[in-house]
Design a protein around this ligand. Structure first.
Ligand SMILES: NC(=O)c1ccc[n+]([C@@H]2O[C@H](COP(=O)([O-])OP(=O)(O)OC[C@H]3O[C@@H](n4cnc5c(N)ncnc54)[C@H](O)[C@@H]3O)[C@@H](O)[C@H]2O)c1
Length: 313
């Protein structure tokens, strides 16, 4: 990918695993890393670069904010991670100040980069970045429910014994406790789950549907309880968004993006399926959600908007 430079700000567990994923998948030519903990950053750069002789020529280096001038993508993974049992929204108070500081530093330079927010609560912070950074709102993207959608597809794949790449299921709304699956559109090989399940040969039971979204919502809590943090899944999901942007792919992703039309004109950021390319979010896919799903989307939007209003943004 000649000329593509991806900056990661905040190289903790998520940032370091993302950097490693970008290198191993050869997503970009240059990975520039920024973190306040320069000692650990230096260690990570050495460690990742020792795989390069078996991969190819990719630059992995420590950077400064001046690097944003010619960056293609700036990924924001800085901040404190969720603690065991803590909701994503609880970590907002800590992370909003980190984001004010980082975006102030980015604003000192002129950049045409797309901003990709990963830090939680990702929807509120995506909105905050769209307000803090001097760029068009469509150029600020949050990973949103890309990870949740992958989790749902993987669980469905195990249930149906079908390749997850043949399963289409969108988790929408907040990347958090109010997310939901748009079952009216979920399908395997074109067969809607509401019509027929390839394993059970009948419509999926409501009980199965509620159990599945519960598992998706609780997945991060379960992983954090077991090993303290989640980072492999999100690293791959973020890489997918990055490769979509750099390769101008026009992929439909459930990223979090600035929206005005979901909650009676009150603006916020949340995940619905959108088309992503080199310019950021370029189109929204107008899904016809059923009545229940529309209510779930409104509820999720109201949770996010409530947090935005508490911040006075
Ligand atoms: N969106 C998702 O799906 C998803 C999934 C997993 C984790 N996350 C979130 O990603 C974030 C990072 O998680 P983690 O496990 O890597 O945490 P971590 O504590 O391991 O890393 C955070 C890093 O940010 C750095 N940092 C803090 N303030 C900074 C600043 N002002 N400038 C530069 N760097 C700074 C820290 O030094 C640290 O290295 C958390 O908010 C976590 O909840 C999001």
């Amino acid at each position: 990918m000649a000329g593509n430079k991806v900056i990661i700000i905040g190289v903790g567990l998520v940032g370091a695993h993302l950097a490693y994923t970008l290198v191993v998948r050869r997503t970009t030519e240059e990975v520039v890393l920024i973190d306040v903990d320069e000692k650990r950053l230096g260690g990570d750069i050495l460690d990742i670069s020792h795989g390069l002789p078996y991969i190819g020529k990719i630059t992995v280096k420590k950077g400064s904010y001046e690097d944003v001038k010619d960056a293609s993508i700036i990924v924001l993974t800085a901040g404190a991670a969720q603690k065991p049992g803590e909701t994503r929204l609880n970590s907002l108070k800590r992370n909003i100040e980190v984001f004010r500081n980082i975006t102030e530093q980015i604003n000192r330079y002129k950049t045409n980069a797309i901003l990709l927010v990963v830090t939680n609560p990702v929807d509120v912070l995506t909105y905050a970045v769209s307000k803090f950074i001097k760029t068009d709102e469509n150029r600020v993207i949050g990973t949103g429910t890309t990870l949740d959608s992958a989790r749902a597809r993987e669980l469905l794949s195990q249930h149906c014994q079908v390749d997850p790449r043949n399963i289409h299921a969108y988790v929408l709304g907040e990347h958090g406790d109010s997310s939901f699956i748009a079952w009216s559109h979920a399908n395997v090989g074109g067969i809607r789950f509401n019509d027929s399940c390839p394993v059970c040969h009948g419509p999926c039971e409501m009980q199965f549907e509620t159990g599945l979204i519960k598992q998706v919502r609780e997945m991060a809590y379960k992983i954090i309880k077991n090993k303290g943090a989640t980072y492999y899944g999100i690293a791959v999901a973020a890489e997918k968004v990055i490769t979509t942007i750099l390769n101008d792919q026009n992929s439909i992703l459930t990223v979090s993006s600035y929206q005005k039309d979901v909650l009676r004109g009150k603006d916020l950021a949340l995940s619905t399926p959108v088309v992503v390319n080199r310019e950021g979010v370029v189109r929204r896919i107008p899904l016809r959600l059923d009545e229940n799903e529309q209510q779930l989307l409104q509820y999720s939007a109201s949770i996010i908007r409530g947090e935005i209003e508490k911040l006075g943004l």
